[in-house]
Design a protein around this ligand. Structure first.
Ligand code: C5P
Length: 315
């Protein structure tokens, strides 16, 4: 998303993502796993605003360094525990970390106030923190006149997290390496989703830690990713769902059995396909239309198995 100037402030939206395909290959010597994934940004957004000074902000702001940089979070939409809010507001949040890294790279002291409004659930596999980091890089590069190119921003993004480079480009992409090698994909149709985030969130590191316990993959497995992309590119969303897969789902379902219950509910509601995104714990269903998505959402909300969102692919 492109940052927008509003008076003396700047603002930008940070979208969530869904993984329509996620295959984990081998564990690397740096502790990360090589993977191949198809990610799609969706229309569920955090909002980030930068002001030249903190005057006028009502929320308490954490001073995050001697530099005159401050940061506050409004997470009222998420119903978090107080300790989760404290952790979000810490100087280790990816927003101040990204701002400090960018400032160092462009050689100017970081300054002003970042206000983050959270709508994307935490520990959900939706990439909220990574998207906030990418939004910060774009925003700070704009408001501090950094003049860094997308390639230079991508270099900083990869230091912040495996998914951050994906959010620096606007659209679906196949990501490889530990996630930071991004190939933009074109020609995917609009898709309508229902997301269900169970109360229990999952830590990405904890889920990846269990990968070694998974059974070996079939060596003659068909190239599901190519099939998925080809089928989506001809607009056959329903048929494409048979090629979706997420290697981390079985692990996550051991830690959060709600994942399987939500999948069953989405299937029973007539979704074309349903799967967990990323390292979980959110499960998404692919609906036939926006109307169908709203109908499924009402049904799932009544079942009280998690927080329900209706959204669509957006770029
Ligand atoms: O890169 P990011 O900070 O999002 O990763 C969080 C954790 O997830 C890592 O510390 C690592 O344990 C695990 N991970 C992994 N392989 C990846 C991405 C993440 O093992 N490709």
């Amino acid at each position: 998303m492109v940052p927008r100037k509003v008076g003396t402030d700047w603002e930008v939206l940070a979208p969530a993502k869904l993984n329509l395909y996620l295959q984990v290959q081998s564990k690397r010597s740096d502790g990360f796993h090589d993977l191949e994934t198809l990610m799609v940004p969706v229309r569920l957004f955090d909002h980030l605003r930068w002001s030249p000074s903190n005057s006028g902000n009502t929320a308490p702001a954490a001073e995050i360094g001697s530099e005159g940089l401050s940061f506050s979070v409004d997470a009222r939409a998420l119903n978090l525990h107080p300790e989760q809010v404290t952790s979000l507001e810490s100087s280790e949040n990816l927003v101040p970390r990204a701002a400090r890294l960018l400032a160092t790279r462009i050689g100017c002291p970081p300054r002003g106030h970042f206000q983050l409004t959270k709508r994307i659930p935490l520990q959900a596999g939706l990439g909220g923190g990574s998207s906030d980091a990418a939004a910060t890089l774009r925003l700070a590069n704009a408001c501090w006149n950094g003049g860094l190119s997308e390639v230079e921003l991508t270099d900083i993004a990869a230091q912040l997290g495996s998914d951050v480079p994906f959010f620096l480009q606007d659209g679906p992409a196949v990501c490889r390496g530990r996630g930071e090698l991004v190939s933009t994909t074109s020609g995917l149709p609009k898709m309508h989703f229902v997301l269900v985030k169970p109360p229990l969130g999952l830590s990405t590191a904890a889920v990846f830690q269990e990968v070694a316990a998974l059974p070996e993959r079939e060596s003659l497995e068909v190239d599901r990713l190519s099939k998925l992309l080809e089928t989506l590119q001809i607009g056959a969303v329903g048929a494409a769902c048979q090629w979706m897969t997420n290697r981390l789902e079985a692990i996550a379902a051991q830690m959060a059995p709600e994942v399987l219950r939500i999948k069953a509910s989405l299937r029973a509601a007539g979704c074309w396909g349903q799967m967990m995104t990323g390292s979980g714990s959110t499960v998404f269903g692919i609906a036939r239309s926006a109307t169908h998505a709203r109908w499924i959402a009402r049904r799932l909300t009544a079942q009280r198995i998690g927080t329900v969102f209706v959204t669509s692919s957006g770029w």
